[in-house]
Design a protein around this ligand. Structure first.
Ligand SMILES: Cc1cc2nc3c(=O)[nH]c(=O)nc-3n(C[C@H](O)[C@H](O)[C@H](O)COP(=O)(O)O)c2cc1C
Length: 185
């Protein structure tokens, strides 16, 4: 079983990282983490190369992401809320999935992406709610042929850090267990 985790937090030991670690403690198989802040992945420039060709005109760390996505079984989106959304660098990385959109809707030759199970992990410590981030994550999951089977949230980190949020920690462990039990491979 292969799991790809996208970490949208700039904080190495922050709330999102805490929830990811808890989730991982119950997850079997191979795990690959891509950090939106440390990955050296450029934003999509809308150059429209992918309107005519498969792949992307930018050669960078995203090649590793495309390779991992093609055959992984599980996909995890983990992010702090920034202005009620997934963090900016994570959205920027996800912009590079435009090639999948172009393949399907413009070139009419959809990429073959293995069916996956998904988990969404969100940390927030302010006001504004998480609905926008959930909606955005759903769009990404849909593009990547992924069914979201669990959403883990710790949304009061300003008063209760994720490391002390027992309900969120338990939800994170259960999400790891669930993916291990649902393994499609
Ligand atoms: C630029 C910025 C914007 C933020 N916007 C929100 C927000 O809209 N809603 C919210 O609940 N928390 C917001 N927060 C708080 C973080 O989501 C919160 O501290 C979170 O637990 C940080 O997670 P991390 O430690 O994994 O980075 C914001 C933080 C920053 C730095």
């Amino acid at each position: 079983m292969k799991t790809v985790i996208f970490n949208g937090s700039p904080r190495k030991s922050g709330d999102t990282a805490t929830l990811i670690n808890e989730f991982r403690s119950e997850l079997k198989g191979k795990i690959t983490v891509f950090s939106a802040y440390a990955g050296g992945i450029s934003p999509c420039t809308d150059c429209r190369y992918c309107h005519e060709h498969s792949g992307c005109s930018i050669a960078d760390g995203m090649d590793g992401v495309y390779n991992s996505i093609s055959d992984c079984d599980n996909l995890v989106i983990a992010s702090p809320l920034h202005f009620s959304e997934l963090s900016g660098p994570l959205l920027s990385l996800f912009g590079r999935f435009q090639t999948y959109y172009a393949a399907k809707y413009i070139r009419k030759k959809p990429e073959k992406i293995k069916r996956k199970n998904g988990v969404l992990i969100l940390a927030g410590g302010g006001s504004g709610g998480s609905e926008s981030a959930v909606r955005t994550a759903e769009t990404v999951f849909q593009m990547l042929n992924t069914e979201c089977v669990s959403v883990v949230t710790s949304l009061k980190t300003d008063v209760l850090p994720a490391s002390l949020d027992e309900a969120a920690l338990s939800d994170a462990r259960n999400a790891g267990k669930l993916l291990s039990s649902l393994s499609r491979s």
